[in-house]
Ligand binder design. Structure first.
Ligand code: ADP
Ligand code: MG
Length: 290
């Protein structure tokens, strides 16, 4: 096997996700010498409406370690957003358990902050600075002076110092997402959760934002759980990728992708790996061997 990508479970459908998880855990534990920060353990999630029950994910398991850039990748409707919301504490699992630092997640908390796709996640009547300060004040994490210092620190990190006193409607889509990222990082969460944060941006801005996110990660070393349906984005942003099968989402495979970056996005190795992932996500039902 070449060194491009350690593809786990390339030989076909993976009936038992725990085996994957165990091998992934061992590698990472040896590397980091630590227990997982976030454990998603055999988690099933459902929506109940008066007419029916929709199963969004079925028995999904993965571990996220400190400073991982862990990506959930799968087609639209496979339950990625639902999983992220469950990790955030908004949706309780109907089966399995989500643990942060070994403790079951039962409610939202300031240790898990979500950045969404939508540009309207900022309060339009607050300035950029006030938007970033707001969760710090509302959660009583910091007093006003410290909150302001923290907000300006993270606004500088996303290159928006000059825009601290403008309102969101004066910003481009990319700039609004930078504010949302600064606001999330300012809370210094244990895990930063991002749900297709760049999906509504034009292609060039999206690339730039991916690059900036990786630069930020280099500086801050936050732990990231990132949702996307773009294979290329997953390879660029992630160091580990969980592949989810179509509705209801199940773990299909876990992939090491730390060696890929924007710089390698045009390379043959990158393209080959993207092809293999595409194949695993969409074509294995046909029984084609990989
Ligand atoms: P993804 O983010 O991967 O596109 P979602 O997590 O949004 O997928 O949705 C997973 C499944 O759950 C889909 O079949 C979707 O239609 C269903 N679903 C999502 N939200 C709700 C809801 N509020 N009520 C009922 N079903 C929902
Ligand atoms: Mg979604």
């Amino acid at each position: 096997m070449n060194s491009t990508a350690i593809l786990r479970g390339t030989s076909g459908f993976i009936p038992e996700a725990p085996a994957l998880r165990e091998s992934g855990k061992r590698d990472a534990d040896i590397l980091l010498g630590s227990a997982p920060l976030l454990q998603v353990d055999d988690v099933s999630l459902e929506y109940r409406t008066p007419e029916r029950v929709v199963r969004a994910t079925h028995r999904v398991s993965f571990d996220v370690h400190q400073a991982d850039r862990f990506v959930l990748l799968g087609p639209s409707g496979c339950g990625k957003s639902t999983l992220l919301k469950a990790v955030a504490g908004f949706i309780p699992p109907v089966g399995g358990e989500i643990r942060l630092d070994g403790k079951a997640v039962t409610a939202p908390g300031p240790d898990r902050i979500v950045v969404f796709q939508e540009f309207d996640q900022l309060s339009p009547w607050k300035t950029v600075r006030q938007n970033v300060m707001f969760p710090l004040l509302a959660s009583r994490t910091l007093g006003r002076k410290e909150a302001e210092e923290r907000a300006l620190h993270y606004l500088a990190k996303v290159g928006l110092s000059k825009f601290a006193d403008v309102h969101p409607h004066q910003l481009s889509g990319g700039m609004k997402q930078r504010v949302a990222i600064a606001r999330a990082l300012a809370m210094q969460p244990r895990v930063l959760l991002m749900d297709e944060p760049f999906a509504a941006l034009d292609a060039l801005t999206r690339r730039k934002m991916q690059e900036e996110l990786l630069q930020l990660w280099d500086e801050v070393r936050f732990t990231l759980l990132f949702v996307t349906h773009s294979i290329e984005e997953a390879l660029v942003v992630g160091n580990r990728i969980a592949l989810l099968s179509p509705h209801p989402g199940r773990m299909r495979a876990e992939i090491n992708s730390h060696e890929f970056s924007l710089a390698s996005a045009g390379s043959t190795e990158f393209q080959n790996t993207a092809q293999r992932i595409h194949h695993m996500l969409f074509e294995e039902e046909a029984g084609v061997p990989s």
